[in-house]
Write a protein of this length. Structure first.
Length: 140
């Protein structure tokens, strides 16, 4: 069983990649939605790569300092979304996926895997740092 993106999900991704989603409309839920679509279209590594490129382009296109990008958070959220996708079975859309388990909407969930000082360190911002509290389940 494989998760699927709805036409609305794909339209959101296309709008985001085209630079048509303003920063005021791109919050945690939208980050998750973009990750979900990328994971429906590709494997974890490719989704990581796509998120990194897309987010950096988004920051540049919107004159947001590049320092706002956080490598560890980006990669950790991709892993977490993949884990919850595996648990969800075969949702047909992001909305169906997130309704099955809304824990991903809690932005502090990564603090169950990382010490706060580790997660918000400069090193974690610029390179991926492994969890130091509890591993994030891996699904390749």
């Amino acid at each position: 069983m494989t998760a699927k993106s709805s036409p609305e999900d794909v339209k959101f991704k296309d709008r985001f990649e085209a630079g048509k989603v303003p920063p005021a409309d791109f919050h945690h839920r939208e980050h998750l939605k973009l990750v979900y679509v990328y994971l429906c279209e590709s494997d974890v590594q490719a989704a990581n790569d796509r998120m990194c490129v897309s987010l950096r382009k988004f920051l540049k296109d919107n004159d947001v300092p590049a320092s706002k990008y956080h490598e560890t958070l980006t990669m950790s959220w991709v892993q977490a979304v993949k884990h919850f996708m595996v648990k969800a079975g075969a949702p047909n859309s992001f909305e169906e996926f997130i309704a099955a388990d809304e824990r991903l909407l809690d932005t502090s969930i990564m603090l169950t895997h990382y010490e706060k000082d580790t997660l918000f360190s400069e090193r974690a911002r610029t390179e991926f740092v492994q969890p130091d509290v509890e591993p994030i389940p891996q699904h390749i």
